[in-house]
Design a protein around this ligand. Sequence first.
Ligand SMILES: [Zn+2]
Length: 107
Amino acid sequence: MAITACPSCKKPISDKSKVCSHCGFDIGNATAEDLERKANFARFQKMHNLQNQSLIAIFIFLAGIGFLYWGGSDPGDTPYNLSIAAAVVGFAWYAINRVRIVLAKRN
Ligand SMILES: [Zn+2]
């Protein structure tokens, strides 16, 4: 008995089992086309998730920058430092997501 990844949810399952114990996917009756469709859907969801994360990252970045300009706090204040941190974190998260999207598209 070996462990393989479920074609639907990618969780580890026995290669002897006909139905995934995690998501109930019927592996025994799945055609190559079903598996292909599942893989495409999983890829689409992953890409969608990464794009959502990019949007949140941009929002955090803009919120940080916006507060720096219009927040009215002086350099050295805690809100000022927090908004710089938010801008840096947002930008870094966005940059990481761009790389992850490029890598996901390549596969
Ligand atoms: Zn599954």
